[in-house]
Design a protein around this ligand. Sequence first.
Ligand code: ZN
Length: 435
Amino acid sequence: MENKQHNQDLFAFLQAAISPFHAVAVARRRLTEAGFTELREENSWHITPGERYVVTRRGQALIAFSVGADPAASGLRFLACHADSPALKLKPRPEIVVSLTNPPLRQLGVEVYGGALISAWFDRALSLAGRLHLLDADGSAHETLVDFREPFLIIPSLAIHFHREAGGGQAVNPQKHLPLIFSQGKAAWQDCLLTQARRERPTATEILAADLFVYDPQPPSFLGINQEFIAAARLDNLLSCHAALAALTEEAETPANFFLICASHEEVGSVSAGGAQGGFAEDVLRRIIPDHEARSRCLARSFLLSMDNAHASHPNYPESGDSAHPVAMNGGVVIKTNAKERYATDSRGAAICQMLAREAGVATQFFVMRSDLPCGSTVGPPLAAKFGLVAADVGAPTLAMHAVREMTGADDPASLTRLARRFARSSLPLINMEE
Ligand code: ZN
């Protein structure tokens, strides 16, 4: 299959980006290795035209940009995606000791992060990763990423014999049914976690706080007799993050006047310090184009390509989609529209997107939700609204979105990347938009 090398690199990215914190760390590393200069929000910035920069916020969101000598005259090419994925998140004091049996079972309680398809998390060998805040013996606090790597967690289903009347289907109560078994031993969870933390920081004596996500360590795989599909965890939305990073780092250097945001917390509504409804993009933009007039002129010339996964048509549930808008895996980049502005695409955005796709040699298809079902959303609408941008919401066709393992076509990651790469090298404005 063509694009195999691109997919192998995507697989490596997915396996490293096992939590939102890891995703941002890996993205930052890829960008700095490609020559981007790292900025910190708390320092003063001296932006050189044409230089490429990367800045992160709270370890959960990332912006990469480069501005030319006169962004007011050239506009900015905005790329947007999100670095978080639906998952199970550990509670602050997660341990539950169930004395029903002797020895007791030790479990970890979780909250559902985002719209996870919960039933898909049962009966899998799961692991844990995220961020820890550690206290050293000298009283100093430190932050580190942690990854247990090996699977050690599981949520066993209730055997069908106990609920035959429901045909094996059972409503999941997240409070009662999702605690994960982690041990039958004597060691308390906080001690197990501290042991793991000491692999990252041997001097740690105490864990102050943690943001830990359950994840499926099963590697991504090609599926289909001709390897025409991909199945992997966190395709939503790391596939798009990877496409954006590839578009900005592969081949010859990307021309200036681009602005990539990998936002946080999209799966829970984007209202956070690094979310698309937060001020991260605006704060960075004000620093790189401080003059209000120049910034407004720049934004009026700009375009937003917002990338997030799109629903492919499901063969077993043909009634789930609009029959006039079938979406095929390996069928090209999906342009998403919604009359209620759940997607930011309007006819200008869709027209621009199709022109870019043609230039990139990529097919396009349209997704629109059934008129009798509510539509999901993404980072495109809040960013387009905040900055007044002409925009398109696009993505790779995906089945089982928000399941622990999602599916897309093996050609789709490279198609989205080609579109993003073409866009990153285009001249603005992309269409004659006279009122
Ligand atoms: Zn998404």
